[in-house]
Design a protein around this ligand. Structure first.
Ligand SMILES: Cc1ncc(COP(=O)(O)O)c(C=O)c1O
Length: 402
């Protein structure tokens, strides 16, 4: 006798996000997501680090929090405090750092601490989809600030702040990805960072700095973090090992003044982020991080070049883009006739996956013909083949390229 499956539907609370679809495997040419270069992953180093740290300290796994307390494995926070000072000019100690389960958990902690339904925040107009969706789900209005080649435009930010103030609205934060922005890959220069911080201070609005690509500038140099430049204690900072080591490890970090860190700790109710990953990262990174990065950057830069060459070859003038300043994405503008959402659907039929621009922007019209392509995960050959297949689909659907 077969029984009907239990029906959970009447039990679901109102306002639950729509159901997820089942995973059916990755497409052959997957230009989506923030996936990294499998060949640049420092596998041998991680294996050796796991072996060493487990033999030395493995028995601390018997304790929630590894005897390091709720902010995460002490050796990893010590590594980060040194790294953030050296690379990003941030004066912070291990006590100012919270290890999170990916920087996405950092985003959630900041949002759930500061935001409530009906709030307004300022974000870059073209922006990380994960950030936009979280805000919309919380009933928060993200006001988009246009970007140029130096990141968030300060004149537009000032106008938005003044406009909101005139309406009696004080945004809860200015969210920015200033160093290798997602998706535009721009890097905000020092002068603009200073100007942004001045506006934030003048209008009494905190800054939420998302810096997960900051180690991936081609030059290896980056301007100081907003967190390091501010003398107001008004910046909350998140970073990640997803883009420098591996996204599947799910290890990120958050740096914040204790006044707000203590509130976030109170809502981080997961009894600690995965400890083994933290131990392995601390062991590996303390010894090898600075040597690993140039190899990763070189591999990523070569793939960025391959992608740009493929696009020039297969799309010609129909694809416009700026040479990215680092990272793993190219933000591409196709001819106006191309509807990126339709292209996305049609491309799936050819086993090609792209991120359609409107999902990475709060300005649908501006992003209508844009795509975000991740070049890190595919091989050079797959990038060539994937772009050729995409051009074929685009030609069939929109007559572009001509
Ligand atoms: C700007 C930005 N922030 C945060 C994240 C989340 O990264 P993770 O949770 O893997 O650290 C991503 C991932 O792509 C991102 O692009």
């Amino acid at each position: 006798m077969t029984t009907a499956p239990f029906d959970f539907t009447p039990l679901l609370p109102a306002g639950l996000p729509s159901a997820a679809s089942r995973w059916t495997g990755r497409p052959k040419y997957d230009f989506t997501g923030g996936n990294n270069d499998p060949d640049a992953l420092p596998l041998d180093g991680l294996v050796a680090a796991a072996d060493a740290v487990l033999r030395r300290e493995g028995r601390t796994l018997s304790t929630y929090g590894l005897d390091s307390g709720p902010q995460g494995y002490r050796a990893l926070r010590d590594f980060l405090a040194v790294k953030l000072k050296r690379d990003a000019g941030m004066n912070c100690s291990a006590d100012d750092i919270l290890i999170t389960s990916g920087s996405l958990q950092g985003l959630d902690l900041v949002n759930h601490t500061l935001l409530e339904r009906g709030d307004t925040v300022l974000i870059e107009e073209d922006c990380y989809q994960g950030s936009i969706n979280r805000l919309l789900r919380l009933g928060v209005t993200p006001v988009g600030i246009p970007l140029d080649r130096e990141g968030m435009r300060i004149d537009a930010l000032e106008a938005a702040l003044a406009g909101l103030k005139a309406k009696g609205l004080r945004p809860k934060y200015i969210y920015t990805i200033p160093t290798v922005q997602n998706p535009s890959a721009t890097v905000m220069p020092l002068a603009r960072r200073t100007a942004l911080l001045k506006l934030a201070a003048d209008f009494g609005v905190p800054v939420f700095e998302d810096d997960c690509y900051a180690d991936l500038t081609w030059s290896g140099h980056r301007p100081p973090a907003l967190y390091g430049l501010s003398d107001h204690g008004n910046v909350i900072y998140i970073g990640s090992f997803s883009k420098t080591i591996a996204p599947a490890l799910r290890v990120g970090y958050l740096v914040a003044p204790w006044s707000v860190m203590s509130r976030m700790l109170a809502i981080k109710t997961d009894a600690g982020s995965g400890a083994l990953e933290q131990m392995v990262l601390a062991e590996y990174c303390t010894a090898h991080f600075t040597r690993h990065l140039p190899l990763l950057r070189k591999a990523l830069r070569a793939k960025a070049v391959t992608l740009m060459e493929s696009l020039r070859e297969d799309f010609g003038a129909a694809a416009e883009f700026d040479d990215p300043q680092g990272g793993i994405f190219l933000w591409v503008k196709l001819s106006d006739g191309v509807d990126a959402l339709k292209l996305y659907k049609a491309a799936r039929g050819a086993d090609v996956a792209i991120n359609p621009g409107p999902e990475w922007s709060v300005n649908g019209a501006h992003a209508r013909s844009r795509l975000r392509l991740c070049f890190a995960n595919l091989s050079h050959e797959e990038i060539n083949q994937g772009v050729a297949a995409l051009a074929e689909v685009c030609r069939k659907e929109f007559g572009v390229p001509g």
